[in-house]
Structure formats: structure tokens, C-alpha cells
Design a protein around this ligand. Structure first.
Ligand code: X8Z
Ligand code: ZN
Length: 655
């Protein structure tokens, strides 16, 4: 995965690594390093050694994880969990040794590296070898189960089995209430068997966190922000308070449109909640697929990128079929389809790379193009959830995706390349500093570029027609962004509100699902259309829960990306309304961006933010500035409607 905490690493996906993390056969503490430490290793020497050992063991860890994510089976899971076991026990040994340096004189860099060491994994492991091994086995199994998740329905000849990608397409494209409900429920059924594993996972990881001196895993996650962990909830609540009125207006508008499409009795649920299966997205985190229903002014500037990408694929397919020697036949056609899918995916990725190189950043290395996974392989299960990987801290970077020719996947590629460019920029730093300034920064890089994909830019690359001028076209463009960026905000917050509660024990396993839906209702204003009791484990149907990727990073990224965007637009000398700025091709903006990436995690994020934006505070102001026209338009549209929603009351025994 992705990234972020170095240990974990993989970039993109951040998550994965985490799981994995590092170590070696027997605990390194029992080997040479311990002897050296006893022999008077200084703090600076200790950190230098950890950096060297970590870098040396890192490729084995990432390779085993790459294999288990791209060839899901029992063998690859065994190898990945073993490698993870080694890296996590090495980490535990380093952390134990680090205790000797508390209160001793050392350089500021070494003090920072020592703090980062304790946060290197998002999956703290117990010291007890048997329980550590159990934890890594469960982690590999949950990730594999998610990746291989398949929903089979129907009887006899009508029986068919579908995986996430296909079920997502139903939500994206079908407007049939029952078909969407079936796809949504079907995918959520794959998580039911994970519930027990997850509860055990929580116990074991909490044990690891406590041994490292944290109250629980949630507190450990909240300790990675260069501020007291108890402030993280307050800071994120404040940011949410800034943007909530905008989200409420969007939710209200969407509800009205769903009512119009499905009728009031199906288009909304009691209290004004949106039915979870009707938002065009499995988790209701991005509503872009509802464009057909929510488009403000049909005809005022088409922004249908998916349509253009599909045409590009069809063109590639025709070319493949027209190749000399292609005979008509099922097999030839099938091959041609695969070739065209791969070619289209690569072209989409080249297009994304072009944005980065236009800023003066380097091309991705040849190995990237050879070793990445661009489309879903046939005949084996893979984790399709997009991720970016730094395999060796020396240029072997990759992405792993199952790209389809859709707008969503197109922008996700830009997101993933943001992770890789961060990796490449900070690779010269010591390994402990190879991470985002905080994990929200890592998630915000590619998204900042996505904000610069204005209608003008999209036109320049042939994806949409000549941009229309005028208010209607502007509102269309704003809606397109709002469905991705504003709709996401409460989802970005609620996942870890749930996990923090799970890790601190306030959400016990017998309330997992109830608490999940209470938070979905409270923050997002969505609800399931049918009862979801404790026989379900709906949190497990979202990758980052079985994959153990912290999620607050994405909420922060959705705020930060507007701050970065504004900072880069300023650097480019842009003057004009924020929403119309694209810094495509601007070397000044590129230089500023690259300098920020090169800093990695070597200094507190506040200092890095200040260099780019002039301010050291998280602030939703730039996001609100960007969406000012949309906010005003939504208010007009919603006039006379009752906006807001009422979440169902928590059951009496809930905290
Ligand atoms: O997981 C991701 C990326 C990989 S870091 C594809 N994202 C979150 C998600 O899909 O839930 C990007 C936006 C939010
Ligand atoms: Zn990401």
C-alpha cells in the first residue's frame, strides 16, 4: 500500500505497508544490534543503524506484500504474513532499544526520528511471538478475503458470481432500485465472515499499542500529527464544522433529485436520510456517478469524461481487431479486448504522468511501466483497491490498479501518481524521514493536481469539448467537483470515528454494526434501506477496515488539497477566481510542489504547510472559497425545502 508511514509503506496504498512492516528472522534485538547498543551506541548512531537495517530489509517486505496483493492465495498470504512478522519484530526490537535514549542529548533530527520510529506501523504488534504471528496471519487473511470477495446469486443457469468492480458498476450505472439494492447487499455479504477476525485483530493490535506505551491503536494513530493526540478529534471537528453547512446543502439537493427519480417513499428514508444503495457508490463516499440525475444544467458544457474514455477504448479495440492476421472469432475478439483495455489504461496513466512532467517533475522510470499492474488480471484474485508502492526506496515504484475507462479511475490514477512522486522526491532522505509531512499530505498530492483539471485543461487534452462560458457551465463544473470532494467529507471523518471507538472499547463487538450505521447517519445523512443487524459487518466491506489503513488522512487531505492548490496557484502568479485556476505546465508551481515533497517527514508538517501556503494551520477556507458559487446556487435550489436530517436515536445502552 500506500503509504505512509514509512514502514509500511507502500505507497499508495498506504495501508498495506503498514500492515506489514518490518523485521527479521529472530528478533534483531537478540543479535548484533543489541550488542552494539550495549557497547555504547549513541542515539545518533542508533538511528543511523535503524535507517540502514530498515532499508536493507524493506524490499523483501514489499515484494512479499506485492505478491500477496497481486496473487491472492494461501501461499502468498503465508509468505506475506511471515515477512511481516519479521519486520514487525524488528520494529519492536528497535522501539525497545530506543527507550535507552530517553532524556539523553541528541540532535533534533535524531529526536524526531525516534518519535517517528514508534509510529512506523499502523499495526502495532504484541511482543509475544505467537500472538505477533497470529496478528500478521489475520491481517493477511482479511486483506486477501476482501480482495477475493465474490457475491454469487441466482439459481441454475441464472447463477452468476460477481466481484466488487462489477457490483460497483451496477451502482454507477443502473437506476433500477432493486438491482442496486441487490448489488449493494451482495457486496456487503462478503464482509460477514470477517467480523470474528476483526474483533481478534483489534485485541492483538491493541496489545501491541499498549506495549509501546499508547492507550490503544486509535491513540497511536492520533499521535502522528505533530500535536497532542487529544487535539486531533477537536481539530477535525472544527474543520468539519466549517464545511458541514455546504455538505448539508448538497445532501438536501441530492435527496430532492433521488425523490424525483425514485419517488419519495423510495428516494429517501425517514428523517431525510439518503438510501445507501442509491448514491452511485458502494460506500456513499463519492457521488460523481449520479451525474445523470444531479447535473444542474444538462447541455451547458458536457463534462462526461467517462463517455470520451469509453470511446477511446472502442477506438483501441477497433484498431486491435483490424490488425493484420486477426481472424474473426471469439478468441481473437477476447484477446483484442484485453489488449485494448491494457492500452487504454496505459494511455490514461501516460496522460496523468504528463501533468506531473509539465510541472518539471521527472518521467516515471521504465521499470514503473514494466512492473505495475494496470488492469485486473484474469484467472487469479488480486486486491483491486488502487495503491502506489515504493518497493525499494531507490526508484522501483509501481501502481496496482484495475483500471477501467471511467472518470473515477482516471482521477484515481492522478491520485496514485501523487504518492509516487512524493516517494521519488524524498527517496534521498534517511528512511525514517521517507513519509508524508503527515499522512494527509501524502493523500493530498495527486488530489491537488485533480483540482487543477479544469474544464479548460480537460479540453486541452481532448477529453471534453470547448468549455462553455457563463454561469450555467460554471455551476456544472462546480457540481462535478462537489460530487467528488464535498460528498466525501463526512465519510472521511466517520470511518475513524468508528475505529477509534472500536479500539478504545467504547464500541464493543456486539455493537459493531449498530455503531457503524449511527455514525453513517450522523455524519453523512445516509442509511441502509433494509435492517442491518449484528449478523452483518458492514465496516468490513470497505477496504481500509480489513486492510487496516487509517482513514483520517483522507479527511485531512480533502481540506489540505485546497490549501495546496491555492498556494500553487499563487506561485504560478494566477489571478482570478480560485476554481478556474490550472497550473498545468507551470514550472514555478512545480518547483514549489517538488520542494515540499522533498521535505518528506523531516520536519513538522506545520512548517512544510507554511512554506507552501504561508499558513501553518489546517483551514477549510480555501475549499469554501473554491465552492462559493456552488454554495450560493445550492441555497437557491433548496429554498423552501427542509434541509438537514434526523439521525435515528441510538439504542438506550449506547454510550
Ligand atoms: O484509498 C484511496 C486511494 C488509495 S490511497 C485509492 N482513497 C480513499 C478511498 O478510496 O476510500 C482515495 C480517496 C479515498
Ligand atoms: Zn492514496
Amino acid at each position: 500500500m500506500n503509504h505512509r508511514t514509512p514502514l509500511l509503506v507502500l505507497a499508495l496504498a498506504a495501508a498495506a505497508l503498514s500492515l506489514s512492516a518490518c523485521r527479521k528472522q529472530s528478533s534483531p534485538a537478540e543479535q548484533a544490534p543489541a550488542a552494539q547498543a550495549a557497547g555504547g551506541e549513541s542515539a545518533d548512531q542508533f538511528i543511523a543503524r535503524v535507517n540502514a537495517e530498515y532499508k536493507a530489509m524493506y524490499p523483501e517486505m514489499t515484494s512479499s506484500q506485492w505478491l500477496s496483493a497481486t496473487y491472492i492465495n494461501g501461499d502468498s498470504q503465508r509468505i506475506a504474513s511471515k515477512a511481516n512478522e519479521r519486520s514487525l519484530s524488528a520494529l519492536n526490537a528497535w522501539i525497545e532499544q530506543a527507550g535507552r535514549y530517553e532524556g539523553q542529548p541528541m540532535s533534533a533530527d535524531t529526536a524526531r526520528a525516534l518519535r517517528l520510529l514508534k509510529l512506523m506501523t499502523s499495526m502495532p504488534a504484541p511482543r509475544d511471538p505467537a500472538r505477533l504471528a497470529e496478528l500478521t496471519r489475520i491481517a493477511a487473511k482479511m486483506e486477501g478475503d476482501y480482495g477475493a470477495g465474490t457475491y454469487c446469486s441466482g439459481e441454475g443457469d441464472a447463477r452468476r458470481c460477481r466481484q466488487l468492480g462489477e457490483l460497483e458498476q451496477v451502482l454507477a450505472r443502473s437506476r433500477d432500485y432493486g438491482e442496486q439494492l441487490d448489488a449493494w447487499q451482495g457486496w456487503h455479504s462478503i464482509a460477514q465472515p470477517m467480523r470474528k477476525d476483526y474483533a481478534r485483530f483489534v485485541e492483538l493490535a491493541n496489545e501491541g499499542a499498549r506495549e509501546m506505551g499508547f492507550a490503544d491503536v486509535g491513540q497511536m494513530w492520533r499521535s502522528g500529527y505533530d500535536m497532542p493526540p487529544e487535539q486531533v478529534a477537536t481539530v477535525t471537528d472544527q474543520l468539519w464544522g466549517q464545511v458541514k453547512p455546504l455538505y448539508e446543502q448538497l445532501q438536501c439537493y441530492a435527496r430532492g433529485k433521488l425523490d424525483a427519480q425514485y419517488g419519495k417513499d423510495q428516494g429517501e428514508l425517514a428523517g431525510g436520510l439518503l438510501p445507501a444503495h442509491l448514491t452511485g457508490n458502494m460506500w456513499q463516499q463519492d457521488w460523481s456517478n449520479l451525474w445523470d440525475l444531479l447535473q444542474p444544467y444538462p447541455g451547458a458544457g458536457s463534462l462526461d469524461i467517462t463517455d470520451t474514455l469509453e470511446k477511446q477504448y472502442q477506438g483501441n479495440l477497433s484498431a486491435a481487431l483490424a490488425r493484420p492476421g486477426s481472424q474473426a472469432g471469439v478468441e481473437t475478439r477476447f484477446r483484442a479486448q484485453r489488449d485494448a483495455q491494457l492500452l487504454t489504461a496505459r494511455q490514461m496513466t501516460e496522460r496523468a504522468q504528463d501533468f506531473y512532467t509539465s510541472l518539471g517533475m521527472p518521467k516515471l522510470p521504465d521499470s514503473y511501466w514494466q512492473r505495475s499492474q494496470f488492469i485486473k488480471p484474469l484467472e487469479r484474485d488480486v486486491v483491486c483497491h488502487a495503491s502506489a508502492w515504493d518497493m525499494d526506496m531507490e526508484g522501483d515504484v509501481r501502481t496496482k490498479m484495475c483500471i477501467r475507462p471511467t472518470e473515477e479511475d482516471f482521477t484515481t490514477i492522478y491520485h496514485e501518481l501523487g504518492h509516487l512522486y512524493y516517494d521519488l522526491a524524498y527517496n534521498p532522505l534517511p528512511p525514517l524521514f521517507q513519509g508524508g509531512a503527515n499522512d494527509g499530505f501524502h493523500e493530498a498530492i495527486g488530489d491537488t493536481i485533480v483540482l487543477a483539471m479544469t474544464p479548460q485543461y480537460l479540453h486541452s487534452i481532448g477529453l471534453v469539448g470547448e468549455p462553455q462560458q457563463g454561469r450555467e457551465a460554471l455551476i456544472n463544473a462546480q457540481m462535478r467537483m462537489a460530487l467528488a470532494k464535498v460528498a466525501f467529507l463526512p465519510f472521511g471523518l466517520m470511518i475513524d470515528r468508528w475505529r477509534w471507538g472500536v479500539f478504545d472499547g467504547s464500541i464493543a463487538p456486539d455493537r459493531y454494526n449498530q455503531a457503524w450505521w449511527e455514525l453513517k447517519a450522523k455524519y453523512q445523512g445516509v442509511a441502509p434501506a433494509t435492517p442491518r443487524g449484528e449478523e452483518f459487518f458492514d465496516a468490513g466491506a470497505k477496504y481500509h477496515v480489513p486492510g487496516n489503513t487509517p482513514y483520517t488522512r483522507y479527511f485531512l487531505a480533502h481540506i489540505l488539497q485546497f490549501q495546496f492548490y491555492k498556494g500553487l496557484c499563487d506561485a504560478a502568479g494566477y489571478q482570478g477566481p480560485l476554481y478556474a485556476c490550472s497550473f498545468y505546465g507551470n514550472r514555478e508551481a512545480g518547483q514549489k510542489f517538488w520542494s515540499m515533497l522533498q521535505k518528506g517527514a523531516s520536519q513538522p508538517w506545520q512548517a512544510t504547510l507554511k512554506e507552501v501556503t504561508g499558513s501553518d494551520r489546517l483551514d477549510a477556507g480555501p475549499m469554501l472559497e473554491y465552492f462559493a458559487p456552488m454554495a450560493e446556487w445550492l441555497q437557491q435550489q433548496n429554498q423552501g425545502r427542509m434541509c438537514g436530517w434526523e439521525a435515528p436515536r441510538p439504542a438506550p445502552d449506547a454510550p
